[in-house]
Each structure stands twice: as C-alpha cells, then as structure tokens.
Design a protein. Sequence first.
Length: 579
Amino acid sequence: MSQHKKTADQLRSARWFGPDDLRSFGHRSRMMQMGLSPEDWEGRPVIGILNTWSEMNPCHLHFRDRAEDVKKGIAQAGGLGLEIPTISIDESFTKPTSMLYRNMIAMETEETIRSHPLDGVVLMGGCDKSTPGLTMGAISAGVPFIFLPAGPMLRGNYAGKSLGSGSDAWKYWDERRAGTITSEEWVGVEGGIARSYGHCMTMGTASTMTAIAEAMGLCLPGASSIPAADAGHKRMSASCGRRIVDMVWEDLTPDKVITPAAVRNAAIVAMATGCSTNAVVHLLAMARRAGVSLELDDLDALGRTTPLIANIRPSGAEYLMEDFYFAGGLRALMDQLGDKLDRDAITCTGKPLADGIAGAPVYNDDVIRPLSNPVYKEGSLAVLRGNLCPDGAVIKPAACDPKFYHHEGPALVFDSYPEMKAAIDDENLDVTPDHVLVLRNAGPQGGPGFPEWGMLPMPKALLKQGHRDMLRISDARMSGTSYGACILHVAPEAFIGGPLALLKTGDIVRMDLEARTLDMLVDEDEITARRAVWVAPAPRYERGWGYMFQRHVGQADQGCDFDYLTTQFGAAAAEPDIH
C-alpha cells in the first residue's frame, strides 16, 4: 500500500475544526472546554476509541485501563485519542439474549462514527456480539478502523483439573443432574471456571470472532491470541493506537481490507479453528455489510476442504486458548494452512497477510496440528438442507459423536423452552436414545432474538441411563462453547411458518451428514394439509427495539442483519452536513 496519501487539510476532522465560521468556533471552543488546546487537534488525526467497557461485562472489565494504553499509542504516533463509550452487550447477564442487540451495537457504532469528527477508530470488543456488531457498524461508516480484541481469560481450575468456559459448565451440570457429583464439587466448579477478566477461553464464539477479525485483516498480527491478563495485551493495545494513526494518513479504509479474499481467509480460518456455529450468522452479516457475496453453501464448501487443526475445546479434548497462545497462536495456525489462504490479501498493517504470518513457529504440534494430522479431516461446520430446512441448517460435526452422522428416529417436539425444560426433568419421560429432541419458535423472531437454546438439555431419564448425547434440532443458536449432536439455525424459522412448524411428535426425522440432508419423512400431501391449518403466533413485541427488530431482522441464512442496513438495501448514508 502507498504511504501517507492524506494531508492535514484532508482529514475528516478538519471539516469540524478548520473553517473560520461560527459552527467551527463552537466545535473548537467545546474542545477547549475539555482542557484541550488547538495544538492537540490541529493537523492531527482525531481517533475515536470506541470502548465497550462495563461493570456488567466481565469479559471487558480490563477495557477501562486498556483505553489508556490505546490513547498512549495514539499520542506517540501524533494523533489525538478520544474515548467514546458504546453499548456493552455481555453473554452472562443480557436477557432474553445478547443476539437481540447485535444490530443495535452496529447501528450505534455506525452513527457514533458518522456524527462525530473522527478520522479513524479503534474498536474495543471481544465478548461474542461485540466483535461482529462493532465491525459491521464501522464497515458501514467507512472510516479507517482497527479492532482490539479483549483476549481470552486465564484457564479455569478446580481440584487440579483445567476448566473451560461453557463446555465444562454443560458437562458438570449434566453430571449433577445425573447425580454423579456432589453439591460441594458443583460449587467448586462454579468458583474456579472463570479466574480472570477476558472472554471465554474455549474456542467459543468470542475466540472464534476475534480470530475471524484477525484473519480478515482487521487486527494486528497475533492480537486475537493474547490472553487478556498477559502484559503483552497492554503492549498490543498501545500498538493499535499507533497503527490507527498511520492508517488514517494512508487512507486505509475498510473497503481496501475487507475484500472477497479477506472474507474467504476468515471463513477458512474459522473452519480450521473449530469455530462456533455462531460464526455463520456473524460472518454472513459482516461480509454483506462490506458488499462481499457470501452464502451458506460457500461456507459448507470451504468446510469440506479445510481440516480442523486447532485442538481446542469444545472440538478438541484437552487444550484451551492459553495453550493455543503458548503453542504459537493464530499466526502459527494461519501459516500452517499454507496456500489455502490468500497471502496477498492486505491487512490493517497496510501489508499482505503473508508479512504477518510467514515463518510463525509452532511450539506444540498437538495444540496446533499440521495439515497431515488434523483433529478432524474436514472443517468445523456443515450446512444441511432438506424439507425441514429448505434455507439451511448448521451442525458442528467435530463436536458430536460420529454415531449420529447418519441417524433416523422419532421426533419429540416442544413449542417453547419452558415446556421442554419441564419435560426433560421428568424421569418418567417416554424418550429413548434414538429420539430426536426438537425445540421450535426459538429463531430470530420467535425467541425472540435468536437465543442460545440450541444445545437442548439431555433428558434426565437418559442421563441416568448413562447417555450424554442425542440428536437435537432447533431454530435457535447455541453457545460456541457447546457441543453435541445439535442441528441449529433451521431456516426459515418455525415462528414465521418454516417447515419446522409443521413437524409433530412421532414423525420420523432423518439426518445424513455426508449427504448434507435433514428431512421429516412425512408425505407431501400431509405436509400441505398441516400447513393449511397452521396459525401464525402473535408478534412478540408491540413497542421499542423489539418492535423494530422483529419487523426488519433477516433469517439465519441471511446473517440476521436488518433489511435496511445491508449493502443490498442501498448506498451508505451521506456524511453529515456540519455547516
């Protein structure tokens, strides 16, 4: 990339502060009200530090301090850094689901950038929806940006055993319901599973999305792998501050980084890391914001040819993100992928991807496997289609027992999560290991908001018989830390009349992973008759954000963005007329 294209008078912020008129007088005087002098902004890029710090978001608890590191780096490079808080959506406390608010983060990010005198931005995120939400908004705003990942927390520990976020919570919860662990042991796991600030340290949605951001070229090389509590994270934060100033001078805007090659690299890396199923929804949305064509079938095709080489839970059996970092991190994994990646793709460094990963060493080849010895011969995800999911459904084959790859059994259908929860705790429930557990009305509109209910709890009756997995289907999502034979994101969702709405308990369901099919073995005439009497549920919301959400959100196969925010809807909004 050519260097220093812009001059000081071409800075976006100069439109606010440069003219000799009354409006700019107001802008300058208010900057001085904050104790700043003209020397702080004249001829300098003004950088927004979009910070998702919150005391209700333990994943981002260190961001209050990291913002100061970013500001230091910006000053070192000759810019002015201004911290701007944005909405912080966490996975732990937000109800009914954080996914309901991903598009809100995106809208706030876009409008915050568009309406303020910012020449570039540093996006501070990491907890699941913050990475796609922040980047979607910044892509649409169009100014240079760099993403600063929160970093994974330290590995959990109890009784000398490593604990992984989410994955071990599900595991030990099943054991508690089965009566195989004590209340004391359960409390010990509770206190030991999250030992520091930072996002989940399994290859859940948070680690998946920060890896995708780095592979797409939006992070500094290696940034997504650094644990949140490591001193290297502070240094990386300052480096982000320095780099964004140069990106402004170079006019390195998102459209020059997020190309079809960059999106493809991100999808391949996602598959190779054992990514969260949520990666599908977010990657589709991010690509569409950038005007890059990406479909479910594209992801399935890449999954068939990309071995899973990151041996990290939940797809792996033992290791966590801290182990991944010490084994060489994402730079090493990307170098292992060789010519599967487009190494000429330009990143936020202004240089080709190859410059940041070439020769990156692997220190533990059981954590980061060579292509010749993968954890799983294909990538992390597979896309199914059939008369239950004509627009697609997603499964994570590497995280479930292979015996379910070809399965046929009777459906056990539930219309709501409370109904299902009450039933599966009934030890006398009429259920066998061959049954297919089905939850519907849990999609983008039905949930509402597409909640992470897709790892349907195992019936207690089966747990007590020693079973720990069964085929489960829903139009919900599941946590990236989850595992099991779970088919998710069934589209169209049942709430809007998708075929899942017509399935009945006792119908035979067949899944064939190799053929990528999912069907109910019901005669077409019977399906037609059922559809004729199906009644649409009442809308979930009558006001507020939920009202807007349910009227404009796309289905899972479209990335669940709002119809009026994608590039297909129309051109980006014009810059504000500040005078």
